[in-house]
Design a protein around this ligand. Structure first.
Ligand code: 13P
Ligand code: SF4
Length: 314
């Protein structure tokens, strides 16, 4: 019998989690109903750290493919399930490992820092990973005289370059199709319309958008900032899924979805890949124990080193 009611599906998922000794890790950008079945909801950094500490035999990753891969890299002996392997990431796709390898070869003597939004093969070519939460700390942990390759997000890389004043940082020319479309002219209009609102921006946005921010940070950083800020209204320049958790944690504050390119009819601030994870495919994935993430052990080990190098930076 096909179950299509959300509450019934949630009940089925909760039962399956117990039966299979599984936990669900979900990113803030997933659908609201998916966030309801998560045992842990977080940003890229928190999810990576959490994956390492999980006791359950099975991790189901509600997020995009590179996130599930990261969990598998860190937990090779666990079964890591990915309900929709087609849920990719335009940023990870903007950096193919074979091309990145050539880029590295063209810049001898550079340390390679890669944002976690990359494939496992790119992580294997990397010295130290970073997320939007810790990119500044990671770059600052490298001696100022040491040249760096930063990939794949040119906006995050540019932001870190401006903050540190490092001119020995070479940027890979990639970006996220969602954050790249937040529009500065429309943000300025929104600021006029909501003069009391603070502007919170993810560093994957363009520099002109970042320049308008009261706060720049990862999804977890943005949540934390909004909780502490006395402001009552916020214009949120990141993927719209985060609004669910913002509204849940701060029901007395108002969150205005950040305006993207007018040509997109309001849909640009949504990551279609994150929304590919549904209650239906989570339930099926738990039931069948697949699709599962499998990695080449040699590549996994190299990727693990770059992620552990990141986690060890305090
Ligand atoms: P964070 O989870 O680091 O905020 O990154 C956002 C993102 O784009 C994830 O795909
Ligand atoms: Fe990738 Fe952008 Fe979607 Fe994040 S929001 S998963 S960076 S495409």
């Amino acid at each position: 019998m096909k179950v299509n009611n959300s509450d019934q599906l949630i009940e089925r998922i909760n039962r399956l989690k117990q039966e299979k000794n599984a936990v669900i890790l979900a990113h803030y950008y997933t659908r609201p109903e998916v966030q309801r079945v998560a045992d842990f909801l977080g940003d890229s950094l928190a999810l990576s750290v959490k994956a390492q500490k999980i006791d359950a035999e099975v991790i189901l990753f509600a997020g995009v493919h590179f996130m599930a891969e990261t969990a598998k890299v860190l937990c090779p002996h666990k079964k890591v399930l990915m309900p929709c392997p087609e849920a990719g990431c335009s940023l990870a796709d903007s950096c193919r490992a074979d091309e990145f390898e050539k880029f590295i070869a063209a810049h001898p003597g550079h340390k390679v820092v890669s944002y976690v939004n990359t494939t496992v093969e790119v992580k294997a070519l990397t010295d130290v990973c970073c997320t939007s939460s810790n990119a500044l700390k990671v770059v600052e942990s490298i001696p100022a005289s040491q040249p760096i390759i930063f990939g794949p997000d040119r906006h995050l890389g540019g932001y870190i370059k401006r903050l540190t004043g490092r001119d020995n940082m070479v940027l890979w020319n990639g970006c996220c199709h969602v954050h790249d479309k937040f529009a500065v002219e429309r943000l300025r209009e929104a600021k006029v319309k909501y003069p009391e609102a603070e502007v919170v921006v993810h560093p994957e946005c363009r520099d002109v958008v970042v320049a308008e921010a009261d706060y720049v940070g990862s999804t977890a950083g943005i949540l934390d900032y909004c909780r502490k800020s006395p402001a009552r209204q916020f214009i949120v320049m990141t993927e719209s899924g985060i609004l669910t958790e913002m509204q849940r944690l701060m029901p007395d504050k108002e969150f205005i979805p950040g305006p993207a390119d007018a040509l997109c009819d309001g849909a640009c601030n949504t990551c279609e890949y994150m929304k590919m994870i549904t209650l239906e495919n989570i339930a099926e994935c738990l039931e069948n124990g697949s699709p599962e993430i499998h990695l080449d052990e040699q590549v996994r080990r190299k990727a693990e080193r770059s992620i552990l190098n990141m986690i060890s930076i305090k």
